[in-house]
Design a protein around this ligand. Sequence first.
Ligand SMILES: Cc1cc2nc3c(=O)[nH]c(=O)nc-3n(C[C@H](O)[C@H](O)[C@H](O)COP(=O)(O)OP(=O)(O)OC[C@H]3O[C@@H](n4cnc5c(N)ncnc54)[C@H](O)[C@@H]3O)c2cc1C
Length: 461
Amino acid sequence: MANPNAYRALSFWHDTAPGAVERRPGLPGDLDVDVAIVGAGYTGLWTAYYLAVADPHLRIAVLEREIAGFGASGRNGGWCSALFPASTAKLAAMAGRDGAIALQRAMHGTVDEVGAVAAAEGIDCHWAKGGTVVLARSRLQLARAEEEVAEARSFGFGEEDLRLLGPNEAHSMLGATDVLGGTYTPHCAAIHPSRLARGLAEAVERRGVKLFEGTEVRSIEPGAARTPAGVVRAGHVVRATEGYSPALPGLHRAIAPVFSLMIATEPLGSDQWDKLGLARRETFSDFRNVIIYGQRTADDRLAFGGRGAPYHFGSRIRPRFDREPAVFAKLERVLAELFPAIAGIGVTHRWGGPLGIPRDWCASVGLDRSTGLAWGGGYVGDGVGTSNLAGRTLADLILGKDTELVRLPWVDHRSRPWEPEPLRWLGVNGALRLALLADRSEARTGRPSRAAAALRHLIGG
Ligand SMILES: Cc1cc2nc3c(=O)[nH]c(=O)nc-3n(C[C@H](O)[C@H](O)[C@H](O)COP(=O)(O)OP(=O)(O)OC[C@H]3O[C@@H](n4cnc5c(N)ncnc54)[C@H](O)[C@@H]3O)c2cc1C
């Protein structure tokens, strides 16, 4: 992006980030370091942070094509949650019950870890740990809420981790229409995503990490990251490029970029918030199939997003792909259905960004000791918290530490590659279509749809 102000247009969060949203200088030429990190989103920055904390003498370089927080890390819904992008049941089936429980417990701790580091580093990311309320707005959605709580209990997670809400309590947390109940977990904080990303970038620089922006890595190979400006040689090279990964040589089937889109309203008045609730800035959603998510921002707007934008052939990413008018219009419609009292409220920002979806929908982190190549990602829509766990785990792996983190079941997990095109295009967009059909059919009949069952089978829980 030639015009530095263009970065502000990336999202509401970039637009309201304090200070200049400008590009740091790029890589001046060849460089030797101990660790080279490709991508300055949360994954890359957390990895740099924990490495620099553990060993202040390590020479670390982060190479970023645009600016820190350019990708999903600067544009997301701001749920710093304990959600891991594969259910506990799926993880248990893959890697055993104990490992699945340990990973979920590690995710619970991760939420507080992000808050603690932000506080310690003076990063004002508008942190508010109000938890998450997920509404059940039909009998079917209520059954899903009950199933989810039953599953949590079966793995030993109690009321303090996830509980069912009756209609009154759910409605008092979030005054939406048709509320029959819901679930509540305290394990989530609402944040301002870009403030966290930009603040982390400054924190790693204070600790001596070299952050080069405007520096595109054209290839990653054992011992080197190659850019047009020079070669960065390093004992370890970490790939932290999430949805953008398919553009790198050898990775075009590693991950499918899928776009999530958001809108932000103008600030609501206190009388409106008295009706809507979210008094502790709880993040919110409901139990429909096409995911929606929202938060009350620190300046009293609703930031609200959802899936539904198409996957593009060949895993391509273009700026226009995260501006789908039909999806923005649907988000506004859903907001008006949920909260008729604010129907017609002004929408000041519309944006989106790419998520990274691995073939088995399971995030992973790992290090190949024979090559020194490491990676973290595949978070689908749950990377804000998970990327912190990734950063801590990658630091331990690179430093050769034998910790509980490096024994968690997502470490060194390999998802198989996506199918070649056109099968990938058909599969990803087919799944999206199923989710849309399932919601339509469930709204009409009130019964579980075959499309939802097929979708669950496809994703594997
Ligand atoms: C609209 C939206 C809403 C979301 N909401 C939530 C939410 O509420 N909660 C949640 O947990 N998750 C959410 N997510 C997902 C979450 O934001 C991501 O999982 C997470 O930010 C991924 O972080 P990352 O650092 O791995 O990737 P990214 O933030 O995408 O960073 C990758 C970086 O790599 C750079 N890069 C790519 N290729 C190269 C290259 N060749 N050379 C140099 N640099 C390169 C990119 O410019 C980018 O800055 C959302 C995502 C989106 C898009």
